[in-house]
Design a protein around this ligand. Structure first.
Ligand code: GTP
Ligand code: ZN
Length: 198
């Protein structure tokens, strides 16, 4: 699944959305006819479609497209997966890293598919907790591993640029299924990613 090209933008949606962005910019007291802003409503409409393209993508299908029979049954960890999402309360970015592990149960998945599904669920209006659960459930239900673990640490612009205005706080969410409910397995995973956690 590739990133959206400009040609792929839905013209109808772009047209409707850019009119709304134009009104918003005018509500700010700005002049949408000045050079720098002339194309801004269209750019913003395209940017918003790019940032929410995950609604049109099927994460389970992405995983299914690269699942292979393999007997390896130790922990597989993909860590430091950068993510960019939008908080559904303020439509402001939150961004950070996901660390994901699974223990295969007869099948492994193509490694790149894990960051790809992080993108699919991130590119929607989200809360960090639901994002964590959706990634966890998708891997658990599609790959049916012995266990799966997801940790996300993120900074929320809505807490940095506005509102409570805390620049240094990060939010960590986690979820564990199957073998990761076992304290030893979970501890091993957390130890292996711990150099990334602040
Ligand atoms: N649980 C959770 N809350 C989030 C997330 N992103 C943003 N929020 C919070 O959503 C809440 C919305 O609260 P409201 O009181 O309705 O909004 P607000 O008046 O703008 O709140 P402040 O941000 O405190 O100024 C805020 O506390 C945000 O910090 C997220 O991913 N998870
Ligand atoms: Zn917010």
């Amino acid at each position: 699944m590739s990133n959206k090209n400009f040609e792929e933008y839905n013209i109808k949606v772009t047209d409707a959305m850019q009119l709304r962005y134009k009104s918003i910019i005018e509500d700010l007291g700005e002049n949408t006819k000045r050079d720098g802003l002339l194309k801004t409503p269209e750019r913003a409409a395209k940017a918003m479609q790019f940032l929410t393209q995950g609604y049109e993508q099927d994460a389970a299908e992405i995983l299914k497209s690269a699942m292979f029979k393999e007997s390896y049954n130790e922990m597989v960890i993909v860590k430091d997966i950068e993510l960019y999402s939008l908080c559904e309360h303020h439509i402001l970015p939150f961004f950070g890293k996901a660390h994901i592990a699974y223990i295969p149960n007869g099948q492994i998945v193509g490694l790149s598919k894990i960051p790809r599904i992080v993108d699919v669920f991130s590119r929607r209006l989200q809360v960090q907790e639901r994002l964590t659960e959706q990634i966890l459930n998708c891997i658990n239900e599609t790959l049916k591993p012995e266990g799966v673990a997801v940790v996300i640490e993120a900074s929320h612009m809505c807490m940095m640029m506005r509102g409570v205005q805390k620049q240094n706080s990060t939010t960590t969410t986690s979820g564990f299924r199957g073998a990761f409910k076992n304290i030893e397995t979970r501890t091993e995973f957390l130890k292996l990613i711990s150099e990334n956690l602040s």
